[in-house]
Design a protein around this ligand. Structure first.
Ligand SMILES: Nc1ncnc2c1ncn2[C@@H]1O[C@H](COP(=O)(O)OP(=O)(O)O)[C@@H](O)[C@H]1O
Ligand SMILES: [Mg+2]
Length: 334
């Protein structure tokens, strides 16, 4: 059988916690993923030799070795030291001095080289944050520069709109796409694929972990691991331990908060929608069992100004934005 050929055009989702690349080969969409993190160790020939042998991705920087991506997490746990993170709240972190170097390397590692000169690459960018004092202009332009340097033709795509592209084709790309990530929650209301409004809030998974760590006096990494492995939001309060109760409280707060912000934006723009619309929710933070039920419950209790047809969970919440970006790239080529 002939080898399936890979389509030209890539989708890239640059999240605070993970970076994803989506590509189409024949009828299949394939994804590559890297944790958006690194860990530094003192340089020694010995350490370098071991990393080399174990196929760990690393770079040398002055007198340090930077271990990249998922492997960095293992090192951080083994050394009980904090993982270094080049992004915060959806954008390049001003607090991390080596952020640019790392993000560039991680993008290169998930994306690879273009398969033709100036291959088109759509990359996700957060909407303007409505509750934090920063914009996304610097971030967007820095990423654009990295992609051009690699030989791509980069095009930014709002992350909420990427969710709409990925999941709302049967609804004529009309509805609300929401991405509950690590650093941010992104929202976009689109009509026929055109954004009516989009925005982000600087609260999502990281925020939940930090709040819960604070109120339970535990390390953030411990809370994150617990949340990702065991959290079940369907449990009744009396069956939850202290951390679970706190997680549940902050999860509920996040959902209420996001819904309130949508309400505010809606009342500002007052779009005329004839039909009830679907809402699709995605992102790593929607993964725990019971999230969808909680979301629906909160929506019912909010005096929501839009008629909602249904609320759906994206089938692969972590990959949705990358897939949406890929769809945009493939459509753009046509
Ligand atoms: N199985 C899971 N259960 C709960 N939370 C999860 C799970 N998997 C990932 N997460 C959380 O999702 C967030 C990362 O999601 P992602 O959509 O990749 O974010 P970003 O776009 O900010 O990189 C993190 O806060 C992580 O802890
Ligand atoms: Mg994301």
């Amino acid at each position: 059988m002939a080898k399936e050929s890979t389509s030209i055009g890539k989708g890239l989702d640059i999240g605070t916690v993970f970076i994803y690349c989506a590509q189409r080969t024949g009828p299949e969409v394939t994804f590559r993923i890297q944790r958006n993190a690194f860990f530094d160790i003192e340089y020694s020939d010995f350490a370098r030799g071991i990393l080399e042998k174990s196929n760990v991705e690393y770079i040398l920087n002055k007198d340090k070795i930077f271990v990249m991506g998922e492997e960095a997490m293992k090192f951080a746990n083994a050394f009980s030291r904090k993982l270094r993170r080049p992004m915060r709240s959806g954008v390049i972190s001003p607090q991390e001095e080596d952020a640019l170097l790392i993000v560039e390397m991680l993008i290169k590692s998930v994306l690879g080289l273009p398969s033709e000169k100036e291959e088109i690459c759509y990359y996700s960018v957060p909407g303007s944050p409505i509750d934090a004092d920063f914009d996304t202009i610097y971030h967007q332009n820095v990423i654009k520069g990295f992609l051009e340097k690699l030989g791509y033709r980069p095009k930014p795509l709002n992350e909420g709109l990427a969710i709409v592209f990925s999941e709302l084709s049967e609804d004529n790309f009309t509805g609300i796409g929401m991405s509950f990530g690590g650093g941010m929650t992104n929202v976009c209301l689109a009509m026929l694929g055109v954004p009516v409004f989009s925005f982000s809030v600087a609260r999502a998974g990281d925020w939940i972990d930090e709040q819960v760590a604070r109120v339970t006096n535990q390390p953030v990494s411990k809370i994150t691991t617990f949340k990702e492995t065991f959290l079940d939001l369907r449990k009744t309060e009396s069956n939850m331990n202290k951390a679970e109760q706190a997680l549940s409280i902050y999860y509920e707060h996040l959902i209420e908060y996001a819904l309130e912000q949508i309400k505010k934006e809606f009342l500002k723009t007052l779009p005329q929608l004839e039909e009830p619309i679907p809402i699709v929710i995605s992102g790593g933070t929607v993964k725990p069992a019971g999230f969808l039920e909680k979301f629906k419950e909160k929506l019912k209790k909010t005096n929501f100004p839009l008629k909602v047809k249904e609320v759906r969970l994206a089938p692969h919440p972590l990959y949705t934005a990358a897939k949406g970006a890929l769809i945009a790239a493939l459509a753009d080529r046509k």
